[in-house]
Design a binder for this molecule. Structure first.
Ligand SMILES: Cc1cc2nc3c(=O)[nH]c(=O)nc-3n(C[C@H](O)[C@H](O)[C@H](O)COP(=O)(O)OP(=O)(O)OC[C@H]3O[C@@H](n4cnc5c(N)ncnc54)[C@H](O)[C@@H]3O)c2cc1C
Length: 464
C-alpha cells in the first residue's frame, strides 16, 4: 500500500472542493484533492450547468415552435421545427466536458495533485483512497470534506426504470410524451418547464399548498401563471403514492381523492440530502446539525484539523455558497484570518420567468420588528422588457424606513438571473435606497427596474 502526505487534503471536487484546492494551491499550500467521479461535482456534471444547457435548448426550441405555429407577433414565420434530443444531449455533454477539462487544468496550474478514487477516513488525519491502481493512503495535516449531496429517493418511488432523478432527466435521449414531476421546488420546475417546452405533457405534484415554497407567494405567481400557459398542470396539496399496478401511471392523492396520472417518466425532485455515507464519518465522529455536518463560522467541524464545506454542511445547498466557503477555508489553511462574513447568499430559479431573491423577503424583514419601506416596479412599465417580450414580473426592494438600509431585493422576470449580481452587491455593500436610486442605470435595460423600485420606495418613482 502506497503512503503519501500533504498539508491539505480535499475530499470531493465539486465547486466547493475544487475552488478550495485551487485557492490553497495558489497560496502555496501543498494540496491534494480526491474525486471519485469527474471534476466539477454535481454542479458541473449533473446540476447547474447541464440543467441550464437543457433549459436554453428548450427555450430555443419553444421559440421557433411558437413562430411555426403562426402566432408570432414579430412577424417571423417558419416551417415546423423538430428536435433531436441525442444531439441536444451531446451538445450539453460537450460543454460539461470542456468544463471538466478546464477544472482539471486549473487544479494542475495551481500545483494541486489530483487523485481519482473513493476516499474513506481511517482517522482524523488519514484517508484511504481506492484508486484504479490500488489502495493509496494519504496523511494530511488538514482535511476538507466537500462530498456534496445526492438526490432524495422516495421509498415508494425508488429510482430506476421510468422513475428518474434530475441526473437521468438531463441525459434523456427522447422527449417523454408525458412527464410527472414529483416536487415543485426549483429543480423540478426548471426541468419540468424545459420538458413542457420540448413537447412533453407535464404534471407537477407538490405536497405543500404552493410551488416554490421557499419564496414568497407574490414572487412565484408569475411562474405559476406561465406554467399554466405552457399547459403544465400543477397539483398542490397533493401527494404522490407510487406507481399504479400496471406501472403506466403515477398514483396521486389529491385533496382526499386518488387519481392516476399517465406518466412515461416520473421525475422525483423532492430535495437533496448531504452525502455523509460511505466515507467513514463514523471513524471521526463529527457533530451533526440535523443530517448535515455541523460547522462553525470558519467551516471548522467538531474535530481539530477537519473542515467541511458546501452541500454537506447545510442550506442553502447552492454552488456559489460552496465556492465562497471553499475559498474561505483555503485562506484559513494558508494562515489568513477569515470568517464567514457574507450578508446574503443569492438564490435564483431558472424557471420561466426567472426568480431572484437576495436578503430578506418583506415577511422576514417585518419579523425583525423594523418599520419598512418597500418599492416594487413592474416590468410591464420597462421599455427593454417590452422589446424582449418579457413584461411579466417585477423588481422589489425592501428597506428599513428609518435609515433606508436595503434589507432584501427580489425579482421575477425574464432573464433576471443576471440582475442577481447587482442585488447582491447592493446588500453586501450596505446600500441605502438613495445609493441605488442615485446610480445611473443604463437605458434601455431591465436593470432600470431596480433603480425604479428604489425610487418607488422613496416615494419618487418616475415611470410608474
Ligand atoms: C439539477 C440541479 C440543478 C442545480 N442548479 C443549481 C443552480 O442553478 N445554481 C446553484 O447554485 N446550484 C444548483 N444546484 C446545486 C449545486 O449543484 C450544488 O449546490 C453544488 O454542486 C454543491 O457543491 P459541493 O461542492 O458541495 O458538492 P458536489 O457538487 O455535490 O460535489 C461533491 C463531489 O464529491 C465527490 N465525492 C463524494 N464523496 C466522495 C468520496 N468519499 N471520495 C471521493 N469523492 C467523493 C462526488 O463524486 C462529487 O463530485 C443544482 C443541483 C441540481 C441537482
Amino acid at each position: 500500500m502506497k503512503e503519501i502526505s500533504c498539508k491539505l487534503l480535499v475530499i470531493g471536487a465539486g465547486p466547493g472542493g475544487y475552488v478550495c484546492a485551487i485557492r490553497a494551491g495558489q497560496l502555496g499550500v501543498d494540496t491534494m484533492i480526491v474525486e471519485a467521479k469527474k471534476p466539477g461535482g454535481t454542479c458541473l456534471n449533473v446540476g447547474c450547468i447541464p440543467s441550464k444547457a437543457l433549459i436554453h435548448a428548450a427555450d430555443e426550441f419553444f421559440k421557433v415552435h411558437e413562430m411555426a405555429a403562426g402566432s408570432d407577433p414579430l412577424g417571423i414565420s417558419l416551417a415546423s421545427p423538430a428536435i433531436d434530443m441525442g444531439k441536444t444531449v451531446a451538445w450539453k455533454d460537450r460543454i460539461v466536458g470542456r468544463l471538466n477539462t478546464g477544472v482539471a487544468g486549473l487544479l494542475k496550474k495551481a500545483k494541486v495533485k489530483s487523485i481519482e478514487g473513493w476516499a474513506r477516513f481511517c482517522d482524523g488525519k488519514t484517508v484511504e483512497v481506492e484508486t484504479e491502481t490500488g489502495r493509496q493512503v494519504i496523511r494530511a495535516e488538514t482535511i476538507v470534506i466537500a462530498t456534496g449531496s445526492t438526490p432524495v429517493e422516495l421509498p415508494f418511488l425508488p429510482f430506476g426504470g421510468k422513475i428518474i432523478s434530475s441526473t437521468e432527466a438531463l441525459s434523456l435521449n427522447a422527449v417523454p410524451s408525458t412527464l410527472a414531476v414529483v416536487g415543485g421546488g426549483y429543480i423540478g420546475l426548471e426541468l419540468g418547464t424545459a420538458f413542457a417546452k420540448l413537447g412533453s405533457r407535464v404534471m407537477v405534484v407538490e405536497a405543500l399548498p404552493r410551488i416554490l415554497p421557499l419564496y414568497d407567494a407574490e414572487l412565484t405567481k408569475p411562474v405559476a401563471k406561465r406554467l399554466s400557459e405552457l399547459g403544465v398542470t400543477v397539483l398542490t396539496g397533493a401527494k404522490a403514492k407510487g406507481l399504479s399496478q400496471s406501472g403506466e401511471a403515477l398514483v396521486v392523492e389529491d385533496n382526499g381523492k386518488t387519481q392516476e396520472i399517465p406518466a412515461d417518466r416520473v421525475l422525483v425532485t423532492v430535495g437533496r440530502k448531504p452525502a455523509t455515507e460511505g466515507w467513514g464519518i463514523e471513524e471521526i465522529d463529527l457533530d451533526r446539525s440535523g443530517p448535515f455536518i455541523r460547522v462553525d463560522e470558519r467551516c471548522h467541524t467538531s474535530m481539530r484539523g477537519v473542515y467541511a464545506i458546501g452541500d454537506v454542511t447545510g442550506e442553502p445547498m447552492l454552488a456559489h455558497r460552496a465556492i465562497a466557503q471553499g475559498e474561505m477555508v483555503a485562506e484559513i489553511v494558508a494562515g489568513h484570518r477569515r470568517g464567514w462574513d457574507k450578508r446574503a447568499i443569492p438564490a435564483v430559479c431558472f424557471t420561466d420567468p426567472e426568480v431572484v431573491a437576495v436578503g430578506m423577503s418583506p415577511e422576514e424583514a417585518r419579523q425583525t420588528g423594523a418599520e419598512l419601506k418597500i418599492g416594487q416596479f413592474p416590468f410591464s412599465a420597462n421599455g427593454r422588457a417590452m422589446t424582449l417580450q418579457g413584461e411579466a414580473g417585477f423588481v422589489r426592494v425592501v428597506a428599513r424606513a428609518d435609515n433606508h438600509l436595503v434589507l432584501g431585493i427580489q425579482a421575477v422576470g425574464s432573464g433576471v438571473s443576471e440582475l442577481s449580481a447587482a442585488f447582491s452587491l447592493a446588500i453586501e455593500m450596505g446600500a441605502r435606497l438613495e445609493d441605488i436610486a442615485g446610480t445611473i442605470h443604463a437605458h434601455p435595460t431591465q436593470s432600470e427596474g431596480f433603480q425604479e423600485a428604489a425610487l418607488k420606495a422613496l416615494g419618487q418613482a418616475l415611470h410608474a
